[in-house]
Design a protein around this ligand. Sequence first.
Ligand code: NAP
Length: 193
Amino acid sequence: MATLMGKRILVIGGSSGIGLGVATAVLDKGAEVVIVGRSQEKLQAAERALAAVGKVSTFVADMTQEAEIARLFAGIGGLDHLVSTAGTPPPDYPIGDTDLNVVRGFIDNKLVGAVLVAKHAIRTLKKGGSMTFTSGINKDKPPVPGGSVVAAHRRVVRLFRACAVAGTGADKGQRGVAGLGRYTHVHRTGRRE
Ligand SMILES: NC(=O)c1ccc[n+]([C@@H]2O[C@H](COP(=O)([O-])OP(=O)(O)OC[C@H]3O[C@@H](n4cnc5c(N)ncnc54)[C@H](OP(=O)(O)O)[C@@H]3O)[C@@H](O)[C@H]2O)c1
């Protein structure tokens, strides 16, 4: 059975909510964790809480900013796994009241940000490593109001399925999809799939 003991895991969004839960769980299994978010204060508070569980460090970066994400992966060294739960709550108003700046911000964070992370993370992943991006149950059952925007979550899953299947570029298809649903999991297999 696969073990997380001694593995290096990056959790983007690890300073609160679902990501903090993921970080706690993998530390508890003996992994070493780097948590990423935009707010230094939130990261420090999370680090203090997580230090009681295991070996944790922090990195401030905004996943919508390519220079910050490039800097993160340029300096991080080899990774066993990456999990990104980062995101903001979707807009919750009727389509007739839509504020396009809010919509663009939401999609930039959850969709474009995930692409950016994958672009820079892929070469830091060790053989057998994986990238997991979460969306949410609302992608299948969009709420009212706000459903039209939340449905864009679905794109994260579709996009990474395509990304994994089309992994025939620079590193000759060393990526495959190991699970799909409310999350997308891109697994670096070391063989063409
Ligand atoms: N909680 C639920 O039940 C649930 C269920 C389904 C889906 N979701 C969705 O999942 C996402 C996360 O939910 P959550 O409850 O874990 O939220 P949360 O407690 O607000 O945590 C979000 C995390 O992502 C980070 N983050 C946000 N934008 C970022 C960015 N651009 N770059 C880097 N880090 C960023 C936040 O830190 P900073 O703010 O410091 O950057 C924080 O660490 C949301 O999009 C939410 O809508 C949540």
